[in-house]
Design a protein around this ligand. Sequence first.
Ligand code: NG6
Ligand code: CA
Length: 503
Amino acid sequence: MKPFLCFSLVWIFFSCFPNATHAQTKKPNIVIIYVDDLGYGDLGVTGAKGVKTPNLDKMASKGLLFTDAHCPASTCTPSRFSLLTGNYAFRNNASILPGDAPALITPKIPTVANMLKRAGYQTGVIGKWHLGLGNGNIDWNGYINMGPKEIGFDYSFLIPATGDRVPTVYTENQRVVNLNPNDPIKVSYQSKVGNRPTGTENPELLKMKADLQHSNTIVNGVSRIGFMSGGETALWKDEDFPFVLTKKAKNYMIANKENPFFLYFAFQDIHVPRVPNPMFEGKSSMGPRGDAIAQMDWCTGELMKTLDSLGIAENTLIIFSSDNGPVLDDGYADKSVEMLGDHKPAGPFKGGKYSAFEGGTRVPTITYWPSKIKPGVSNALFSQVDLFHSLSELVGVKLNDNEAKDSFNALPVLLGERKKGGRKVMLEEAFTLALRSGDWKYIHPVSMATPTWLNDKKVESGLSKNVQLFNLKNDVEEKNNIAAQYPKKVKKMQALLENIKNK
Ligand code: NG6
Ligand code: CA
């Protein structure tokens, strides 16, 4: 073909289809919306009784709703560790961290954020972190060296640990926001620092009573885990979380609308302390826990509206899920038990947060990408540990040998090209290890008895010194331990578990 003719054809093609190559070559934005402690049954679309979640119901009806998708563990830090690194938490002894713990993920450990940067993404994290910060002896009054930035996030705006742990301040790009240098922050998880009242000494100052562990420094009428002094101008107001975090996310999306971006948006909702904004008070019939669900739904709707208004919704993959199953009483007297009514936070499943039963890790999960994912329901077995590898396939990055060792490519499952099957074998981490293989569920025995604090929460922990085996096909509630009837199956599941451990 003559060069001129060739050029003309190309020109005609682009004039007729101005967006053709753009749409095909532009990498999709990726937004992970990660709720804290949201149970399988906590959304309208999954059977919620005392609260409405119109935005998420809409997302589910236009996207792909999963019935057997799991967070990697039944507590927060381990799940988040696995989500971001593609490795099981037990390999790093990751467990629930105090608020002054050093960074659990150091630059030696590859992250999904780093991987996406290789594909040209802008990367940001907004919301709850709870993966540790700093190098061990953290100073909250300067640049916090070792945090999201050092492991691949270009931008961060954080609740450093959890809502119930000090320090109760935000950090932006690893500096405390609004800190007055003349009023430095000091934090201790051992003993009282400064003069702020504590829940133990001044219970009359509290918005809601708390258990002993949550009865340290009072900030904003809520006693927390840990002691803190200073930082008066930087203290957060729990009621403002929905607006502060959503606004940061909006600004991030606006600033990056021309780039492909990755946003990991991690809610404080519906973790304790549940102090929703007055705008959401009474939105549910379940008290603060239900109102926090309504608040979370509203924020999700705002994020979706922003994507729409920026004209980038069509090219954005949203992955919505939770870091562990539900819990009612998690340390504060917020009426979550008393006002539950006939709502079932874990849906039909047994257990919840902290538990090795299905309710611990089977969480509401939706993928949404208007131009790519057809509406539907997926019954495939999926674990968030596979997000790392799956997203690398999506953006065309080849993983190095040291990257995301426990992560498999589940992209066809995420996009709904495959709606059955999924993971052949799937690990569930709790205070023991459990394993799914098809409908079979094995829970590894432990000598440790269920700790009192867990019994107090009325969580069915799944801990037992006996081997447990269930078949979810006819026993979704894990009621009948059939290990004794199926010794060969037990052996097989144990061998599969050993393989994972020794990998
Ligand atoms: C526990 C806290 C609980 C919650 C949890 C972390 C007790 C007595 N206290 O130590 O309130 O903060 O840690 O939750 O259980 S998570 O969702 O971040 O894992
Ligand atoms: Ca959690």
